[in-house]
Ligand binder design. Structure first.
Ligand SMILES: *[C@@H]1O[C@H](CO)[C@@H](O)[C@H](O)[C@H]1NC(C)=O
Ligand SMILES: *[C@@H]1O[C@H](CO)[C@@H](O)[C@H](O)[C@H]1NC(C)=O
Length: 169
């Protein structure tokens, strides 16, 4: 369901030529999607959470991407130039997405006294080359529009049929 929603958000973004997608990753096990070379917004937690760490590839070469402690934050040098963390809504933005951004991520949140509050996993998928994805979704959009037109045409036909019979009586 989240996957379908993620894809829909991505279609919406891509079909407007922005290659932008957003993902509400406030639940455990979220799957988020982005187009290669595009921008992904990941909403990590509620604003009530004041301390968190966000790690990439927690079961392999673990890299700490983001750390927030009260009102201070640190973003890893490896991603600093193309990312931003919005404190006001706890949303992490990755721009100019790369294939290597596709990975498993781990989010750990903490109480203000430093004890662990929760850990959540998130899987980010960066798909296709921007151009191919764009063309594919343009085609999909045309197809969906055609299906809607055809559907409403059939509906119209069905509705008019009894009317024609009425006229004949
Ligand atoms: C979070 O805030 C940023 C900057 O104000 C905005 O661009 C983004 O759309 C917001 N995201 C959400 C999920 O509210
Ligand atoms: C830290 O704070 C939380 C919530 O206020 C509390 O449940 C927890 O027991 C505290 N832990 C320690 C080690 O003080």
């Amino acid at each position: 369901m989240e996957a379908v929603f993620g894809l829909l958000v991505m279609i919406a973004g891509v079909s407007h030529g922005m290659l932008t997608s957003s993902c509400d990753a406030r639940e455990d096990g979220c799957q988020c999607y982005g187009a290669l070379g595009g921008t992904v917004y990941l909403q990590l937690t509620d604003t009530t959470v004041s301390e968190l760490t966000f790690k990439k590839d927690p079961t392999g070469v673990t890299t700490e991407i983001l750390r927030m402690r009260r009102n201070k934050m640190i973003i890893a040098d490896s991603i600093k130039a193309r990312s931003e963390f919005f404190m006001n809504n706890r949303t992490f933005r990755i721009s100019n997405t790369e294939r290597t951004d596709s990975d498993e991520y781990l989010l750990e949140t903490f109480h203000s006294n430093g004890s662990s509050l929760a850990t959540r996993r998130l899987h980010l998928f960066i798909e296709g080359s921007g151009f191919n994805v764009f063309v594919y979704f343009q085609l999909a959009e045309v197809f969906i529009l055609m299906a809607i037109c055809l559907g409403s045409y059939c509906f119209y036909k069905k509705k008019t049929c009894p009317q024609e019979q009425d006229d004949g009586q």
